[in-house]
Design a protein around this ligand. Sequence first.
Ligand code: ZN
Length: 304
Amino acid sequence: MARDPRGNAATGTFRVVSGRRSRLRTSRGAARRLSLYDWRVFGLIRTRRRRRILATESIASELWETTLDAVPVLALLDSGERGRLHDLSLLFLHEKRLEPAGGLELDDAMRVRIAALACLPILELGLDCYDGFASVIVYPDEFVVPGREQVDEAGVVHVGDDVLSGESWDFGPVILAWEDIEASGQGDGYNVVAHEFAHKLDLLDGSVNGVPALHRDMRVDEWTAVFQDAYDELVEQIERGEEPWIDPYAAENPGEFFAVCTELFFDVPIDLQIAYPALYRQLAAYYRQDPAARMRRPRDRRVS
Ligand SMILES: [Zn+2]
């Protein structure tokens, strides 16, 4: 299924690409780098603004609980996780524009659901990880991107329409279909929201290459070795004509592989942990979450 054609890595190799960071543009359009002082002032203002929002506003509790309980992977969250996700979602709704398109009307329940699903991957990472884009465009269902160029294996350029359920533009908006947002987080391995926002996390270090900016206690060589093994196995399964457990779309490139594995990590974590334990450990270390343990928790401890 064509979910999006993005992912700059043209090869099937997981590697770190550095030195290709975006530059912020001023309102006059001239590019300039922000100084450390600029960043500190910007960070201070933002921190104060966020504190003020969290101190004075909240998502209506009935709407919030109804939203979480309607999405199985969110319904598993305990009270502490629900609280953190609430705060992130509230700030997300303040800082990102949710723009309906294609005749869709977005009500509060839809906005809260999008925010909650989008913020699950950053539950332990923080909203700053979603810097670099300002809006989320939502279509009612699959949308058509006309006249897109695709280059085949022989290097031939094909131009045609793409029918997509989600897309993440480099340093641009995330585009989603409401129909697929509703299907996300149901515990069956399909989660277009986690997929598209995983691309945003991957892009933070300047390149969608399947290697996001890892934490200091993680090792890039371990990440790339584990992901490369799993990626190569998927490619081999496809070449042998087998039906792989991981969506074959993940074999497009390492960026897509990371995004699809993120879907599995949040949607069917126990299955992923059993099938790919080393890969699961890397994702758990990166996202600082253990959704398999969350899924195994007795129900009464989730909501206590
Ligand atoms: Zn993708």
